[in-house]
Design a protein around this ligand. Structure first.
Ligand code: IMP
Ligand code: MG
Length: 179
């Protein structure tokens, strides 16, 4: 285990198994619907890449970049830094997120996409910190794993842009962000 990690939450094998399960569900639910997987940058990149390998029906991908975090706490204000390349009007959108914490980011993005007349909008998240939720507007249809409200890194998740490259997910030692 890496020296900056306190506890491994999901091994790489766990993550692949989760993506197989979620991919099979999405394959089943979206036959013939040609959904667009919208990855929220940057944290969702490894998850989207693994998940899409297990979706066996026609689909496309697009990306949106929003920001709300400074360090380890959510600020509650969400900015769109980079928008979708293609219109999502009339499309079945699946928002792909690394983790849902307060839910503010996704509630804002959901609002935006509904205003743009997407046919449907659902959420797939690798991790869900249910206890940390501060809005009732966000109900992910597909959840990889529910985790306690601890600060985790790896497989896309960062602390000040680092640790996204780990192929597993672990709890960051508090002394790393307390210093
Ligand atoms: P929310 O708006 O509070 O739901 O925050 C969602 C975003 O916060 C995620 O896309 C992550 O970028 C970030 N985030 C929340 N919890 C963690 C964590 O434990 N580690 C790293 N990033 C996190
Ligand atoms: Mg982040």
């Amino acid at each position: 285990m890496d020296s900056f990690i306190e506890e491994v939450i999901l091994s790489h094998d766990d993550i692949v198994a989760i993506c197989e399960r979620l991919g099979a569900q999405i394959t089943h639910d979206y036959q013939g619907k040609d959904p667009v997987l919208v990855g929220l940058l940057k944290g969702s990149v490894p998850f989207l890449a693994e998940l899409m390998k297990h979706i066996h029906t026609e689909c496309t991908i697009d990306f949106m970049h929003t920001s709300s975090y400074a360090g380890v706490t959510s600020t509650g204000s969400v900015k769109v830094l980079h928008d979708l390349q293609h219109s999502c009007a009339g499309k079945h959108v699946i928002l792909v997120e690394d983790i849902i914490d307060t839910g503010y980011t996704l509630s804002k993005v959901m609002e935006l996409l509904k205003d743009r007349a997407a046919s449907s909008v659902e959420i797939v998240t690798l991790l869900d910190k249910k206890e940390a939720r501060k809005t009732t507007h966000v109900t992910p249809k597909y959840i990889g794993a529910a985790i306690p409200s601890k600060f985790v890194v790896g497989f896309g998740l960062d602390y000040e842009e680092h640790y996204r490259n780990l192929d597993y997910i672990g709890v960051l030692k508090p002394e790393i962000y307390m210093k």
